[in-house]
Design a binder for this molecule. Structure first.
Ligand SMILES: [Mn+2]
Length: 293
């Protein structure tokens, strides 16, 4: 035992010392996706209620969970992955009917809420790294064929974040190197990719990204399918993150109901996924709606 530890041991109980020494040695990183936020959408059905106020409440609940997880693991840095479909957009006419904010307002909400989210998290972590993978909902054109790559309104969010946090030494907004809609980063030596998921499936995403990049990832993060999931493809972990908005008309009609959920991954030097949190964000709005009607 070094003299320093001996001196400190006199001032604190044995249990406290063990706890402190363990915390000093285990410094996992964690990362949190925000996928499929669908800002601007207004949903009112028997199992879900969603609008900008509900989104605000769910983001606050997500932050509470992340802060609790940070404490549990003594996490040092946080990687925030903006996984696309941050806005509801205008790609289908029934979405335009369900929207209660026009597209410009949706982008403003997504920028404001995301920057607040990151700002609050930055008080609990040494460093915040923000990565993003734009989604299909923010296309400027309803038709996929008429879409020009790069013209996704989601892409305005990291642009806004870069301007807001340009003088912050602890918040880093990354640009994508492989393609505009493929994020790539390394956490404690583990390579991760993130895509929205509209061009990939959990079964083929690892093989396709490995062939594109010549680098096999330890993990891939996806959104788009609106539910949390974990798949192992060979030895790569594919983590799917759910949505903030919950079940909308389109999903209900396809019998794809589910709860708003996101996930948090804790990464250490030995494991890309030391711990995977299934974060539930439902505010029981559906239950209340059923009671009132
Ligand atoms: Mn999508």
């Amino acid at each position: 035992m070094s003299k320093l530890l001996r001196d400190q041991a006199r001032r604190e109980s044995f249990v406290e010392m063990v706890r402190r020494s363990m915390a000093a040695n285990v410094i996992p990183f964690e990362y949190v996706p925000i996928t499929d936020m669908h800002a601007g959408l207004c949903i009112q059905n028997s199992i879900n209620r969603f609008d900008s106020d509900v989104l605000h409440t769910r983001l606050a609940r997500y932050i509470d969970e992340i802060i609790a997880i940070q404490r549990t693991h003594n996490a040092q840095n946080c990687y925030v992955v903006l996984g696309g479909d941050l806005i509801s957009g205008l790609i289908h006419s029934n979405i335009r009917i369900e929207n209660n904010e026009h597209v410009v307002q949706q982008v403003k909400i997504a920028c404001t809420y995301t920057s607040n989210f990151i700002w609050i998290l930055s008080r609990y972590f040494d460093r915040i790294y923000v990565h993003s993978a734009p989604g299909n909902h923010s296309r400027l054109s309803p038709s996929k064929e008429e879409h020009i790559k790069g013209e996704e309104l989601d892409a305005l969010v990291p642009f806004y974040l870069s301007a807001v946090f340009k003088d912050s030494p602890s918040i880093h907004i990354a640009e994508n190197a492989i393609d505009s809609d493929i994020a790539s980063f390394s956490v404690r030596g583990h390579v991760w990719y993130a895509v929205h998921g509209d061009k990939d499936t959990p079964k083929n995403v690892v093989q396709d990204l490995t062939m594109i990049t010549d680098v096999k990832p330890a993990g891939v993060l996806m959104g788009h399918r609106h539910s949390n999931g974990l798949t192992t493809v060979h030895s790569t972990k594919v983590v799917e993150s759910g949505c903030m908005s919950g079940t909308d008309r389109y999903a209900f009609d396809k019998r794809l109901t589910g709860k708003p959920e996101q996930c948090v991954i804790v990464t250490t030097a030995d494991a890309p996924i030391k711990c995977l949190y299934d974060v539930q964000l439902d505010d029981k709005a559906g239950d209340r709606y059923r009671e009132e009607n």
